[in-house]
Design a protein around this ligand. Structure first.
Ligand code: PMP
Length: 394
Protein backbone atom coordinates (compact mmCIF):
# COMPACT_ATOMS: atom_id res chain seq x y z
CA UNK A 1 0.00 0.00 0.00
CA UNK A 2 2.49 2.60 1.11
CA UNK A 3 4.57 1.94 -1.96
CA UNK A 4 1.84 3.70 -3.94
CA UNK A 5 2.76 7.00 -2.33
CA UNK A 6 4.15 9.70 -4.54
CA UNK A 7 7.28 11.50 -3.37
CA UNK A 8 6.41 14.86 -1.82
CA UNK A 9 8.43 17.91 -2.72
CA UNK A 10 10.10 19.03 0.50
CA UNK A 11 8.98 22.35 1.95
CA UNK A 12 11.37 24.83 0.33
CA UNK A 13 12.07 26.77 3.50
CA UNK A 14 12.66 23.66 5.59
CA UNK A 15 14.92 22.28 2.84
CA UNK A 16 16.91 25.52 2.92
CA UNK A 17 17.39 25.06 6.67
CA UNK A 18 18.91 21.64 6.00
CA UNK A 19 21.18 23.03 3.28
CA UNK A 20 22.40 25.75 5.62
CA UNK A 21 23.19 23.24 8.35
CA UNK A 22 25.24 21.16 5.95
CA UNK A 23 27.23 24.14 4.61
CA UNK A 24 30.77 23.88 6.07
CA UNK A 25 31.73 27.51 5.37
CA UNK A 26 32.77 29.65 8.31
CA UNK A 27 30.75 32.83 8.72
CA UNK A 28 27.68 31.53 6.84
CA UNK A 29 24.57 33.62 7.49
CA UNK A 30 21.06 32.18 7.79
CA UNK A 31 18.35 34.61 6.73
CA UNK A 32 15.97 31.83 5.72
CA UNK A 33 13.50 30.37 8.15
CA UNK A 34 11.14 32.71 10.00
CA UNK A 35 12.45 32.40 13.52
CA UNK A 36 13.47 35.32 15.72
CA UNK A 37 17.13 35.27 16.72
CA UNK A 38 19.05 37.59 19.00
CA UNK A 39 22.42 39.13 18.11
CA UNK A 40 24.15 35.81 18.93
CA UNK A 41 21.90 33.85 16.61
CA UNK A 42 20.05 32.29 19.54
CA UNK A 43 16.26 31.99 19.87
CA UNK A 44 15.82 32.63 23.59
CA UNK A 45 13.00 31.58 25.89
CA UNK A 46 11.30 34.81 26.93
CA UNK A 47 11.69 35.69 30.61
CA UNK A 48 7.95 35.74 31.32
CA UNK A 49 7.49 32.40 29.55
CA UNK A 50 10.13 30.77 31.74
CA UNK A 51 8.51 32.21 34.88
CA UNK A 52 5.08 31.04 33.79
CA UNK A 53 6.46 27.55 33.24
CA UNK A 54 8.05 27.58 36.70
CA UNK A 55 4.70 28.50 38.24
CA UNK A 56 2.96 25.80 36.26
CA UNK A 57 5.50 23.22 37.40
CA UNK A 58 4.82 24.15 41.01
CA UNK A 59 1.05 24.45 40.85
CA UNK A 60 -0.15 21.89 38.31
CA UNK A 61 -1.58 18.80 39.96
CA UNK A 62 -2.85 16.82 37.00
CA UNK A 63 -2.20 16.04 33.36
CA UNK A 64 -5.69 14.79 32.66
CA UNK A 65 -7.51 15.92 29.50
CA UNK A 66 -8.50 19.57 29.41
CA UNK A 67 -11.16 21.21 27.21
CA UNK A 68 -11.74 20.28 23.57
CA UNK A 69 -11.89 23.90 22.40
CA UNK A 70 -9.14 24.99 24.78
CA UNK A 71 -9.25 26.49 28.25
CA UNK A 72 -11.54 29.51 28.75
CA UNK A 73 -8.73 31.60 30.30
CA UNK A 74 -6.65 31.14 27.13
CA UNK A 75 -9.58 31.88 24.81
CA UNK A 76 -10.48 35.05 26.69
CA UNK A 77 -6.91 36.30 26.97
CA UNK A 78 -6.37 35.78 23.23
CA UNK A 79 -9.69 37.40 22.35
CA UNK A 80 -8.72 40.48 24.34
CA UNK A 81 -5.16 40.57 23.06
CA UNK A 82 -6.32 40.46 19.44
CA UNK A 83 -9.58 42.38 19.46
CA UNK A 84 -9.02 44.67 22.44
CA UNK A 85 -12.12 46.49 23.64
CA UNK A 86 -14.00 45.19 20.59
CA UNK A 87 -13.83 41.59 21.84
CA UNK A 88 -17.31 40.31 22.58
CA UNK A 89 -17.16 36.75 23.94
CA UNK A 90 -20.92 36.40 23.54
CA UNK A 91 -20.48 36.68 19.78
CA UNK A 92 -17.02 35.20 19.33
CA UNK A 93 -16.35 31.48 19.17
CA UNK A 94 -12.80 30.51 20.14
CA UNK A 95 -10.64 27.45 19.63
CA UNK A 96 -7.20 26.50 20.86
CA UNK A 97 -5.28 24.98 17.97
CA UNK A 98 -1.96 23.39 17.07
CA UNK A 99 -0.08 26.60 16.32
CA UNK A 100 -1.19 29.28 13.89
CA UNK A 101 -1.05 26.68 11.13
CA UNK A 102 -3.65 24.61 12.98
CA UNK A 103 -5.83 27.70 13.32
CA UNK A 104 -5.61 28.35 9.58
CA UNK A 105 -6.41 24.74 8.77
CA UNK A 106 -9.40 24.66 11.14
CA UNK A 107 -10.61 28.03 9.79
CA UNK A 108 -10.58 26.63 6.27
CA UNK A 109 -12.30 23.42 7.38
CA UNK A 110 -14.96 25.50 9.15
CA UNK A 111 -15.45 27.73 6.11
CA UNK A 112 -15.79 24.69 3.86
CA UNK A 113 -18.39 23.13 6.17
CA UNK A 114 -20.39 26.37 5.97
CA UNK A 115 -19.77 27.08 2.30
CA UNK A 116 -18.96 23.95 0.28
CA UNK A 117 -18.26 25.93 -2.92
CA UNK A 118 -16.00 28.46 -1.35
CA UNK A 119 -12.97 29.89 -3.06
CA UNK A 120 -10.11 31.30 -1.05
CA UNK A 121 -8.52 34.57 -2.10
CA UNK A 122 -4.85 34.86 -1.14
CA UNK A 123 -2.30 37.59 -1.69
CA UNK A 124 0.28 37.10 -4.41
CA UNK A 125 2.69 36.30 -2.88
CA UNK A 126 1.70 34.76 0.43
CA UNK A 127 3.22 32.35 2.97
CA UNK A 128 3.68 29.28 0.72
CA UNK A 129 2.06 26.95 3.24
CA UNK A 130 -1.24 28.82 2.85
CA UNK A 131 -1.51 27.74 -0.76
CA UNK A 132 -0.08 24.31 -0.04
CA UNK A 133 -2.74 23.60 2.60
CA UNK A 134 -5.50 24.84 0.32
CA UNK A 135 -4.26 22.73 -2.57
CA UNK A 136 -4.07 19.69 -0.31
CA UNK A 137 -7.65 20.33 0.84
CA UNK A 138 -8.74 20.71 -2.79
CA UNK A 139 -9.95 24.26 -2.23
CA UNK A 140 -9.99 26.56 -5.26
CA UNK A 141 -7.42 29.33 -4.73
CA UNK A 142 -7.65 32.77 -6.31
CA UNK A 143 -4.74 35.14 -5.96
CA UNK A 144 -5.08 38.88 -5.57
CA UNK A 145 -2.32 41.28 -6.54
CA UNK A 146 -0.43 42.50 -3.51
CA UNK A 147 3.20 43.38 -4.10
CA UNK A 148 4.50 46.04 -6.44
CA UNK A 149 7.88 44.78 -7.65
CA UNK A 150 9.05 48.25 -8.57
CA UNK A 151 8.23 50.09 -5.34
CA UNK A 152 8.44 47.02 -3.07
CA UNK A 153 5.26 48.37 -1.50
CA UNK A 154 1.65 47.20 -1.73
CA UNK A 155 -0.02 47.25 -5.15
CA UNK A 156 -3.21 48.54 -3.59
CA UNK A 157 -5.03 49.38 -6.80
CA UNK A 158 -4.39 45.85 -8.07
CA UNK A 159 -5.44 44.37 -4.73
CA UNK A 160 -8.72 46.27 -4.70
CA UNK A 161 -9.54 45.37 -8.28
CA UNK A 162 -8.92 41.67 -7.63
CA UNK A 163 -10.77 41.55 -4.31
CA UNK A 164 -13.80 43.06 -5.99
CA UNK A 165 -14.15 39.69 -7.74
CA UNK A 166 -14.89 37.89 -4.44
CA UNK A 167 -18.44 37.02 -3.52
CA UNK A 168 -20.55 35.82 -0.63
CA UNK A 169 -19.41 32.35 0.35
CA UNK A 170 -15.76 33.09 -0.52
CA UNK A 171 -13.00 33.62 2.02
CA UNK A 172 -10.46 36.42 1.70
CA UNK A 173 -7.24 35.66 3.52
CA UNK A 174 -5.52 38.80 4.81
CA UNK A 175 -2.26 39.09 6.72
CA UNK A 176 -3.09 41.06 9.87
CA UNK A 177 0.37 42.64 10.03
CA UNK A 178 4.00 41.97 9.06
CA UNK A 179 3.12 40.44 5.70
CA UNK A 180 4.99 37.23 4.99
CA UNK A 181 6.99 37.11 2.72
CA UNK A 182 7.11 40.73 1.57
CA UNK A 183 7.17 42.93 4.71
CA UNK A 184 4.87 45.40 2.91
CA UNK A 185 1.67 46.24 4.80
CA UNK A 186 -1.61 48.08 4.44
CA UNK A 187 -2.16 51.46 6.05
CA UNK A 188 -5.21 51.84 8.28
CA UNK A 189 -6.90 53.85 5.52
CA UNK A 190 -6.31 50.95 3.15
CA UNK A 191 -7.75 48.49 5.68
CA UNK A 192 -10.88 50.65 5.72
CA UNK A 193 -11.09 50.36 1.94
CA UNK A 194 -10.69 46.59 2.19
CA UNK A 195 -13.56 46.60 4.69
CA UNK A 196 -15.65 48.54 2.13
CA UNK A 197 -14.96 45.83 -0.46
CA UNK A 198 -15.79 43.03 1.99
CA UNK A 199 -19.03 44.81 2.85
CA UNK A 200 -19.91 45.19 -0.81
CA UNK A 201 -19.00 41.65 -1.87
CA UNK A 202 -20.20 39.79 1.24
CA UNK A 203 -17.01 37.66 1.27
CA UNK A 204 -15.76 36.48 4.66
CA UNK A 205 -12.36 37.72 5.86
CA UNK A 206 -9.88 35.30 7.40
CA UNK A 207 -7.14 37.29 9.08
CA UNK A 208 -3.88 35.47 9.65
CA UNK A 209 -2.24 37.18 12.63
CA UNK A 210 1.09 35.47 13.15
CA UNK A 211 3.30 38.41 14.16
CA UNK A 212 1.31 40.65 16.51
CA UNK A 213 3.90 42.79 18.32
CA UNK A 214 6.65 42.34 15.71
CA UNK A 215 5.74 45.33 13.53
CA UNK A 216 4.69 48.62 15.08
CA UNK A 217 3.54 47.36 18.49
CA UNK A 218 0.93 45.04 20.01
CA UNK A 219 -1.97 47.46 19.60
CA UNK A 220 -0.83 48.92 16.29
CA UNK A 221 -0.36 45.47 14.74
CA UNK A 222 -3.92 44.50 15.66
CA UNK A 223 -5.44 47.72 14.34
CA UNK A 224 -6.27 46.39 10.87
CA UNK A 225 -7.86 43.24 12.30
CA UNK A 226 -9.86 45.31 14.79
CA UNK A 227 -11.05 47.64 12.06
CA UNK A 228 -12.27 44.70 9.98
CA UNK A 229 -13.95 43.15 13.04
CA UNK A 230 -15.69 46.44 13.84
CA UNK A 231 -17.08 46.75 10.32
CA UNK A 232 -17.79 43.16 9.23
CA UNK A 233 -20.12 41.02 11.37
CA UNK A 234 -18.56 37.66 10.45
CA UNK A 235 -14.78 37.43 10.73
CA UNK A 236 -12.36 34.54 11.15
CA UNK A 237 -9.01 35.20 12.83
CA UNK A 238 -6.19 32.64 12.94
CA UNK A 239 -3.57 33.72 15.45
CA UNK A 240 -0.18 32.23 16.23
CA UNK A 241 1.62 32.52 19.57
CA UNK A 242 4.79 31.02 18.12
CA UNK A 243 6.57 34.28 17.41
CA UNK A 244 5.34 36.85 19.91
CA UNK A 245 5.74 34.42 22.83
CA UNK A 246 8.73 32.66 21.26
CA UNK A 247 7.08 29.27 21.85
CA UNK A 248 7.44 27.87 18.35
CA UNK A 249 7.73 24.22 19.39
CA UNK A 250 4.87 24.31 21.88
CA UNK A 251 2.48 24.65 18.93
CA UNK A 252 0.11 27.26 20.30
CA UNK A 253 -2.49 29.06 18.26
CA UNK A 254 -6.05 30.26 18.41
CA UNK A 255 -8.95 30.51 15.99
CA UNK A 256 -11.55 33.19 16.67
CA UNK A 257 -14.84 33.30 14.78
CA UNK A 258 -16.73 36.53 15.31
CA UNK A 259 -20.38 35.88 14.50
CA UNK A 260 -23.38 38.04 13.71
CA UNK A 261 -25.58 36.68 16.54
CA UNK A 262 -25.41 34.31 19.49
CA UNK A 263 -27.19 31.48 17.67
CA UNK A 264 -24.50 31.54 14.95
CA UNK A 265 -21.79 31.76 17.58
CA UNK A 266 -23.12 28.60 19.23
CA UNK A 267 -23.14 26.84 15.86
CA UNK A 268 -19.59 27.96 15.13
CA UNK A 269 -18.37 26.99 18.59
CA UNK A 270 -19.85 23.53 18.25
CA UNK A 271 -18.40 23.04 14.78
CA UNK A 272 -14.97 24.22 15.89
CA UNK A 273 -14.85 21.84 18.87
CA UNK A 274 -15.99 19.08 16.50
CA UNK A 275 -13.14 19.89 14.12
CA UNK A 276 -10.59 19.58 16.92
CA UNK A 277 -12.13 16.26 17.94
CA UNK A 278 -11.90 14.92 14.39
CA UNK A 279 -8.38 16.13 13.79
CA UNK A 280 -6.40 15.59 16.98
CA UNK A 281 -8.99 15.70 19.74
CA UNK A 282 -7.66 17.90 22.55
CA UNK A 283 -5.36 20.75 21.54
CA UNK A 284 -1.90 21.10 23.14
CA UNK A 285 -2.24 22.46 26.67
CA UNK A 286 1.21 23.54 27.77
CA UNK A 287 1.78 26.49 25.42
CA UNK A 288 -1.78 27.76 25.81
CA UNK A 289 -1.37 27.70 29.59
CA UNK A 290 1.90 29.63 29.31
CA UNK A 291 0.15 32.28 27.22
CA UNK A 292 -2.84 32.50 29.58
CA UNK A 293 -0.55 32.70 32.62
CA UNK A 294 1.58 35.46 31.08
CA UNK A 295 -1.39 37.50 29.86
CA UNK A 296 -3.40 37.11 33.07
CA UNK A 297 -0.57 37.82 35.56
CA UNK A 298 0.13 41.57 35.61
CA UNK A 299 3.88 41.39 36.36
CA UNK A 300 4.47 38.63 33.80
CA UNK A 301 2.44 40.47 31.22
CA UNK A 302 4.40 43.69 31.79
CA UNK A 303 7.70 41.84 31.49
CA UNK A 304 6.54 40.02 28.34
CA UNK A 305 5.48 43.30 26.76
CA UNK A 306 8.83 44.89 27.65
CA UNK A 307 10.80 41.99 26.16
CA UNK A 308 8.63 41.93 23.04
CA UNK A 309 9.37 45.64 22.63
CA UNK A 310 13.11 44.89 22.87
CA UNK A 311 12.73 42.25 20.16
CA UNK A 312 10.70 44.57 17.94
CA UNK A 313 13.04 47.52 18.49
CA UNK A 314 16.05 45.34 17.66
CA UNK A 315 14.55 44.33 14.33
CA UNK A 316 13.69 47.93 13.50
CA UNK A 317 17.25 49.04 14.26
CA UNK A 318 18.61 46.30 11.98
CA UNK A 319 16.26 47.45 9.22
CA UNK A 320 17.52 51.00 9.55
CA UNK A 321 21.17 49.92 9.66
CA UNK A 322 20.77 47.80 6.55
CA UNK A 323 18.90 50.53 4.67
CA UNK A 324 21.58 53.09 5.64
CA UNK A 325 24.43 50.79 4.67
CA UNK A 326 22.78 50.11 1.30
CA UNK A 327 22.11 53.82 0.76
CA UNK A 328 25.82 54.50 1.23
CA UNK A 329 27.04 51.65 -0.94
CA UNK A 330 24.55 52.27 -3.75
CA UNK A 331 24.59 56.05 -3.52
CA UNK A 332 20.80 55.96 -3.87
CA UNK A 333 17.65 55.55 -1.83
CA UNK A 334 16.41 52.56 -3.77
CA UNK A 335 16.70 50.33 -0.69
CA UNK A 336 14.74 52.67 1.59
CA UNK A 337 11.85 50.17 1.49
CA UNK A 338 13.79 47.96 3.89
CA UNK A 339 13.32 50.52 6.66
CA UNK A 340 9.66 50.96 5.74
CA UNK A 341 8.77 47.28 5.78
CA UNK A 342 7.65 45.76 9.06
CA UNK A 343 7.99 42.41 10.76
CA UNK A 344 10.68 39.82 10.39
CA UNK A 345 10.78 39.77 6.60
CA UNK A 346 11.56 41.91 3.62
CA UNK A 347 11.36 40.85 0.03
CA UNK A 348 14.40 42.27 -1.71
CA UNK A 349 12.97 41.88 -5.18
CA UNK A 350 16.01 39.97 -6.52
CA UNK A 351 15.80 37.28 -9.20
CA UNK A 352 16.30 33.64 -8.11
CA UNK A 353 19.70 33.49 -9.84
CA UNK A 354 20.85 36.50 -7.81
CA UNK A 355 19.64 34.85 -4.59
CA UNK A 356 21.59 31.75 -5.67
CA UNK A 357 24.68 33.83 -6.35
CA UNK A 358 24.49 35.43 -2.90
CA UNK A 359 24.30 31.95 -1.40
CA UNK A 360 27.12 30.51 -3.52
CA UNK A 361 29.56 33.39 -3.26
CA UNK A 362 28.80 34.87 0.16
CA UNK A 363 27.26 31.94 2.07
CA UNK A 364 24.22 34.07 2.80
CA UNK A 365 20.98 32.08 2.77
CA UNK A 366 17.65 33.68 1.98
CA UNK A 367 14.48 32.17 0.55
CA UNK A 368 14.46 31.78 -3.26
CA UNK A 369 11.91 34.57 -3.72
CA UNK A 370 14.48 36.91 -2.09
CA UNK A 371 12.73 37.02 1.28
CA UNK A 372 15.23 37.74 4.01
CA UNK A 373 14.74 37.33 7.72
CA UNK A 374 15.87 40.61 9.28
CA UNK A 375 16.14 38.92 12.70
CA UNK A 376 18.88 36.68 11.31
CA UNK A 377 21.20 39.71 11.12
CA UNK A 378 23.39 41.46 13.68
CA UNK A 379 25.76 44.45 13.75
CA UNK A 380 28.54 42.38 12.19
CA UNK A 381 26.54 40.75 9.42
CA UNK A 382 24.57 43.82 8.23
CA UNK A 383 27.58 45.28 6.34
CA UNK A 384 28.44 41.85 4.93
CA UNK A 385 24.91 41.41 3.58
CA UNK A 386 24.83 44.96 2.21
CA UNK A 387 28.04 44.40 0.31
CA UNK A 388 26.77 41.07 -1.05
CA UNK A 389 23.52 42.68 -2.22
CA UNK A 390 25.38 45.37 -4.10
CA UNK A 391 28.08 43.09 -5.52
CA UNK A 392 25.51 40.52 -6.68
CA UNK A 393 23.75 43.32 -8.57
CA UNK A 394 20.37 43.48 -6.77
N1 PMP B 1 1.00 32.42 9.17
C1 PMP B 1 2.12 32.98 8.72
C2 PMP B 1 2.03 34.12 7.78
C3 PMP B 1 3.35 32.49 9.15
O1 PMP B 1 4.47 33.07 8.71
C4 PMP B 1 3.39 31.41 10.05
C5 PMP B 1 4.68 30.83 10.54
N2 PMP B 1 5.72 30.81 9.69
C6 PMP B 1 2.18 30.86 10.48
C7 PMP B 1 1.01 31.40 10.02
C8 PMP B 1 2.07 29.67 11.40
O2 PMP B 1 2.80 29.67 12.52
P1 PMP B 1 2.84 28.46 13.53
O3 PMP B 1 2.02 27.34 13.01
O4 PMP B 1 4.27 28.10 13.67
O5 PMP B 1 2.26 29.01 14.80
Amino acid sequence: MLGNLKPQAPDKILALMGEFKADPRQGKIDLGVGVYKDADGHTPIMRAVKKAEQRMLETETTKTYSALAGEPDFQKAMGELILGAGYNPALTAALATVGGTGAIRQALELARMASPDLRVFVSDPTWPNHVSIMNFMGLPVQTYRYFNDATRGVDFEGMKADLAGAKKGDVVLLHGCCHNPTGANLTLEQWAEVADILERTGATPLVDLAYQGFGDGLEEDAAGTRLIASRIPEVLIAASCSKNFGIYRERTGCLLAQCKDTATKDLAQGAMAFLNRQTYSFPPFHGAKIVATVLNTPELRADWMAELEEVRGGMLRLREQLANELAQLSGSDRFAFIAQHRGMFSRLGAKPEVVQKIKDEFAIYMVGDSRLNIAGLNDTTVPILARAIIEAGV
